[in-house]
Design a protein around this ligand. Sequence first.
Ligand SMILES: [Zn+2]
Ligand SMILES: [Zn+2]
Length: 148
Amino acid sequence: MTSPRRVRVLGDLYHGRIPAGAVYVGRAAPGLPASRYANPHRVGSCRRCGREHDQADAVTAYADDLDRQPDLVAAARGDLADVDVACWCRENVLLCHGEVLLRVAAGAAPRTALEAVLGGTPAAIPLFARSGSCWNTTPTTTSGTRNR
Ligand SMILES: [Zn+2]
Ligand SMILES: [Zn+2]
């Protein structure tokens, strides 16, 4: 099994489709109910907190919210740990609240996840997969039979 990643919603804004095996984490859209993991902080003038957000700021505000909601963090770790998360952002965009969610679901604290995202650390969660030992655990059958 591959690590969960963030994927992009297919189709267009009016006909969004979630890729197979992924969970939508965005706001309400035609045909897509709002996710409890959607980011209420919009880029531009934000109705949630009244500030102007750029992309990084909106993602930061989301991580700050998560940090204050341990219940939501726990829910994300239950719901999203093994699945891809789907958002409207392009897949090569790192400044997406889904990127924070992905890392939080894998066990990172919200602020740690935020730092990784803001710092441009690519790829999913090196936390548990460091040095690749996770998917390299197939036992070797040749051990102990090393005669010359
Ligand atoms: Zn806001
Ligand atoms: Zn996004």
